[in-house]
Design a protein around this ligand. Structure first.
Ligand SMILES: Cc1cc2nc3c(=O)[nH]c(=O)nc-3n(C[C@H](O)[C@H](O)[C@H](O)COP(=O)(O)OP(=O)(O)OC[C@H]3O[C@@H](n4cnc5c(N)ncnc54)[C@H](O)[C@@H]3O)c2cc1C
Length: 442
């Protein structure tokens, strides 16, 4: 059985490795547009921040290692067309036939159509090359402009701050940072941290055009409010979209945002064609709606499901994701899981919520810090549908417990109020923030 995989990163190489483990006789060919496979993109900001020096550490497993295990990789090659009728993939005047096809092409950074966007000191944060290019110049820069204050934008801000003395500015279209993931109170605390780090934040603002200096480089950005933000490097992190342009106008069903529609078996609408990861819309766990997650955690799980289903070992299902996310921003740590307010409002879900501000551990152990927790429950089901935390000292790792409650659809009732959480002075208080939130909700 011959499986062709387009895209050689988290999803694609995950499928390849598992298929080989399941049956050594599986013939596997990966078509990958980069020289390398298995990029750990999540490490790029930390590479820029000098947490490690060798960019190869971003590569989880080298091409040669995969090839040694019998997986063929056609690298530096972009798949441009799929002939679903004849079961073949086209690239560079060649055709390659398949029994099963896996589309794992990920997502691409959104590049706005702004004057001078093509300048060579404007970078996205998506590939190993992006990371190397940014790191090569960043320590000599004096004015860095980061566009977008989502997870990647903020991770880049922190890491750039560690690696340069440059003045950093963030411009954000929304009225607050991290708007898609966290509620106002959480954004506010992050914005206070931005301020205390002497980073400029322009909110409810957008770049209208970049101003060109010499050598095809921009030296400033003009906002829609008329300000000019001087910059000698721009980091563009305004989001991503599925990398599926070459699949438009084919028989493959796509969502409006270009994501490939898949069912719980990661099958597309075309027989023997599977897809997973950032290029797909996936099942959201709680309300069974579909959503594009752009998370490595989802890609990894779907890779295993695809491999099992191709191998017909057993029918393996993706049960959904909660969009659980965790991020550090300087000393602050944030974690969240479940549906966000936008979804709740759009679907008229009647909810009850609580916001608790407490401390992470006892006052007599050094380093006590503030800890915030919001829990939202669905009034109809009494289940937790969203949890958000912000704190320090790794106290937000409590999210693991909360995810367990969300995942198991535990009802918030008197029995849950007595949930047996641990206590020791360095870790918590006798009544933990989770207990407080649950009893107030009850
Ligand atoms: C900076 C950064 C930080 C992140 N941090 C986190 C994090 O902390 N936690 C988390 O869960 N997730 C994080 N993510 C997201 C995570 O990296 C992705 O969800 C994950 O990589 C998705 O895997 P994928 O295989 O679907 O897509 P990708 O990893 O994007 O892989 C797709 C591959 O396909 C190749 N390709 C595309 N088109 C073609 C074509 N036509 N022909 C051949 N090859 C093609 C691409 O070059 C790429 O190598 C981060 C992402 C970035 C960029």
């Amino acid at each position: 059985m011959k499986t062709v995989i387009i895209g050689g990163s988290a999803t694609g190489m995950g499928v390849a490795a598992k298929l080989k483990r399941l049956d050594e006789k599986n013939e596997i060919i990966v078509i990958q547009d980069k020289e390398y496979v298995s990029l750990g993109a999540c490490g790029i900001p930390y590479f820029v921040g000098n947490n490690f020096v060798d960019a190869e550490i971003l590569i989880a497993r080298q091409v040669e290692k995969f090839e040694k295990s019998g997986i063929s990789i056609i690298n530096n090659t972009k798949a441009t067309k799929i002939d679903f009728e004849n079961k073949c993939v086209d690239f560079e005047d060649e055709k390659i036939f398949y029994d099963n096809l896996v589309i794992a092409v990920g997502a691409k950074p959104i590049i706005p159509d702004i004057k001078n966007i093509e300048a060579n000191n404007i970078f996205t944060v998506n590939s190993k090359e992006d990371g190397i290019a940014i790191k090569n110049i960043i320590s000599d820069m004096s004015k860095v402009l980061v566009i977008g204050s989502g997870l990647i934008g903020l991770e880049m801000v922190e890491n750039i701050k560690h690696n340069t003395k440059a003045e950093i500015s963030i411009i954000e279209k929304a009225d607050r940072v991290l708007k898609n993931l966290f509620d106002e109170e959480f954004s506010e605390l992050v914005e206070q941290e931005i301020k205390s780090q002497n980073i400029n934040l322009y909110k409810e603002n957008e770049i209208m055009e970049f101003i060109k200096g010499s050598d095809n480089k921009v030296c400033g950005a003009k906002t829609i409010k008329g300000e000019i933000i001087p910059c000698d490097v721009v980091i563009l992190s305004i989001g991503v979209s599925p990398n599926t342009d070459f699949l438009k106008n084919t028989k493959l069903e796509l969502e409006n945002n270009g994501a490939i529609k898949i069912n719980e078996y990661c099958e597309t609408n075309i027989p023997n064609v599977f897809a997973g990861g950032d290029c797909c819309s996936s099942l959201s766990y709680l309300y069974k709606n579909s959503k594009t997650f752009y998370l490595a955690t989802v890609a990894n799980k779907q890779a295993k499901i695809i491999a099992s289903n191709i191998n017909q070992i057993k029918s393996s299902k993706f049960v959904g994701a909660l969009g659980t996310t965790i991020i550090r921003f300087f000393d602050l740590e944030l974690a969240r899981s479940g549906e966000n307010k936008m979804f709740i409002q759009m679907n008229n879900i009647e909810t009850k919520e609580i916001l608790i501000k407490d401390k992470d551990h006892t006052n007599y152990v050094a380093g006590q810090q503030e800890l915030w927790l919001r829990i939202i429950i669905d009034c109809k089901t009494k289940e937790i549908i969203n949890a958000q935390m912000i704190g320090k000292n790794k106290s937000v790792l409590r999210i693991y417990g909360l995810v367990g409650l969300i995942w198991s659809r535990t009802k918030v009732n008197e029995a849950l109020e007595q949930i047996d959480l641990p206590y020791s002075p360095s870790f918590s208080r006798t009544t933990d923030i989770i207990h407080i939130a649950l009893s107030k909700l009850i």
